[in-house]
Write a protein that binds this ligand. Structure first.
Ligand code: 3PG
Ligand code: MG
Length: 403
């Protein structure tokens, strides 16, 4: 992969695709609740600006709905809050275009001097960005290409998406991978090519259906798999236990049974929680008790792993030399159900080896606990992207940069 050191950028308009898809406060203020992805994107923006490039950042926010740009822009979310935060972190103003390829973008880009930085409005306000139709995406990419002279792909968190600004645009301009993409891929290579052992993978999050592919591939790589989060209840159900009102993907019980059998055959240890924090409802103030994992009452839902499981998971991480973690162990956004996720984060921080925290929620969780980011080998900016890489899939955004 070419890097930005191979590109001549002075005085040139650099179209930079970053992943600035940050979580926003859902209670109304719309404020950014975790700016990790913006901070992770800064080094390349700074480097390009310092080299005299005119930096035009493209990014998405959320999954806007609507028939066309106008409808989507009216519904939001707008990247304007991100432009403001980016400007604060950069220590200089970031020009914001109120559209992606329209008059505002054209005039903002035309007004840039060498070393200036602009951010275009949410690429996903243009329905063609995420279109499955190649010609629709290509048409948008062609319009975007008129705004730049070279392309840099640095949005690691979105490289698994075959989208216009990620996949189609780089084919139209001289292109290179940004430093964040280079660093993320280097870490993932270490996880897949001769990792130090024991290699322990911790998986959580709500849906087992999203993780079956990666689990299948990890059975050939890892020594031990620790499972928590909402997805664990499908594992418990596969073992014949009642899970009450907990999250359950009943149509995936059979696939999970296959996974358990494969793991046994391949000598991969699967570690499931032994106790569960079972609540009366899905709410921050729900009453809850710790119950055995094989005896969740019918009127309760599991919202976290219990204290015995926290100790068990910590002990299963203590001797690890390589760890990959994706997905919270419980509903960590509610303080009463955050202890399992916190325990895994703390156990990871003590590991003597390469520890990788993959993805949006787990990375945000680590930061929300106030743990030093330096205690982890690598906090990835891409959840879905890391998982698809570890699943052995081809990532369109990386393929495009390699071409
Ligand atoms: C993410 O947050 O997972 C990335 O920014 C990609 O966004 P998406 O899942 O909406 O494509
Ligand atoms: Mg995602």
């Amino acid at each position: 992969m070419r890097t930005i050191d191979d590109l001549d950028v002075i005085g040139r308009r650099v179209l930079l695709r970053s992943d600035l898809n940050v979580p926003l406060d859902k209670s109304g203020s719309g404020a950014i609740t975790d700016d990790g992805r913006i901070r992770a994107s800064l080094p390349v923006i700074r480097k390009l600006a310092d080299r005299g490039a005119r930096v035009v950042v493209m990014a998405h926010l959320g999954r806007p709905k609507g028939a066309d740009f106008a409808e989507r822009a009216a519904g939001g979310p707008s990247l304007r809050v991100v432009a403001d935060r980016l400007g604060e972190l950069l220590g200089k103003p970031v020009a914001f275009a109120a559209d992606l390829v329209g008059p505002s973008a054209q005039s903002v880009v035309a007004g840039l001097a060498d070393g200036d930085v602009a951010l275009l409005e949410n690429v996903r306000f243009e329905p063609a960005e995420t279109s499955k139709d190649d010609t629709e995406r290509a048409a948008l990419a062609a319009r975007l290409a008129t705004l730049g002279d070279v392309y840099v792909g640095d949005g690691f968190g979105v490289v698994h998406r075959k989208q216009a600004s990620v996949y189609d645009l780089p084919a139209l301009l001289p292109h290179a991978a940004g430093d964040l993409v280079v660093a993320e891929v280097a870490v993932l290579k270490r996880l897949t090519e001769s990792p130090a052992r024991p290699y322990v993978v911790v998986l959580g999050g709500s849906k087992v259906s999203d993780k079956l592919g990666v689990i299948g591939n990890l059975l050939g790589l890892a020594d031990r798999l620790l499972i928590g989060g909402g997805m664990v209840f499908t594992f418990l159900a596969a073992q014949g236990y009642e899970v009450g009102g907990s999250l359950l993907e009943a149509d995936h019980i059979d696939s999970v049974k296959t996974v358990l059998a494969d793991a046994e055959r391949r000598g991969v240890e699967i570690v499931l929680p032994t106790d569960i924090v079972a609540a009366t409802k899905f709410a921050a103030d729900a009453a809850s008790d710790v119950v055995p994992a094989d005896a969740i009452p019918a009127d309760r839902m599991g919202l976290d792993i219990g204290p015995d499981s926290r100790a068990l998971f910590a002990s299963k991480l203590a001797d690890a030399r390589t760890v990959f973690w994706n997905g919270p162990m419980g509903v960590f956004e509610f303080p009463a159900f955050a202890a399992g996720t916190r325990a895994v984060a703390e156990a990871l921080a003590k590991v003597d080896g390469l520890t990788v925290v993959g993805g949006g929620d787990s990375a945000a969780a680590v930061r929300s606990f106030g743990l030093a980011e330096g205690a982890f080998g690598h906090i990835s900016t891409g959840g879905g992207a890391s998982l698809e890489y570890l699943e052995g899939k081809t990532l369109p955004g990386l393929t495009a940069l390699d071409a």
